[in-house]
Ligand binder design. Sequence first.
Ligand code: MG
Length: 234
Amino acid sequence: MSSTKLKDSNHEGLKHFDWSKVETVLLDLDGTLLDLHFDNFFWREMLPLHYAKLNKTSLESAKETLYAQIESVSGTISYYCLNYWEEKLGLDIVQLKRNFCEKIALRPNVLQFLNYLRKIDKRVILATNAHRESVELKMDVTDIFSKFDRIYSSHDFGFPKENQAFWETLQTVEPFNRHKTLFIDDNESVLKAADRFGIQFLMGILKPDSQKSNITLDGYDQISNFGDLMGETF
Ligand SMILES: [Mg+2]
């Protein structure tokens, strides 16, 4: 069965999304529920600054080195692994993140959307590539922990969401019906992996980082505001 991509240029169709066809909602964290600005700011700006200080190098050279290192492991579990970066860079990443945690923020209408899913009785699962320590920090700041039935980090399985092994392992611990599941993520490779696995309903995010332009996720409908997915009765 092929997945349903809700192609709709004006997004009005999302208001009429048929929730009766969905039992389980799988949600990404960074860039989907949370503003990706925190992560982009941290990895692209703050980390190079501290790396430059530690290694007594220019900010420009620190950025060049770090961006290349980050790019070289893109899409692998190391890319998302705080322990990997702490070892590689000799920096206390978790502590550094805590220093900037005031930048962690929910995207528009996320709290209302999570409450709405509870109200219409869906199973709500967080499926993230974020490291457990990062998830904990973000849950502390945003206070949305209680909104999920389960929280899975790909680090529990050893495979990122880009990999079929993630989905196969998730299916063994969380026996969702893939034909009655909606998955929302801001990463095209991840959406494609979920698509290949057979998740029926797939949606992307239009503007994961509030400080950057809209993105294009080829082949997937993109939500600009979670209010678009809530029924008229909300
Ligand atoms: Mg994401």
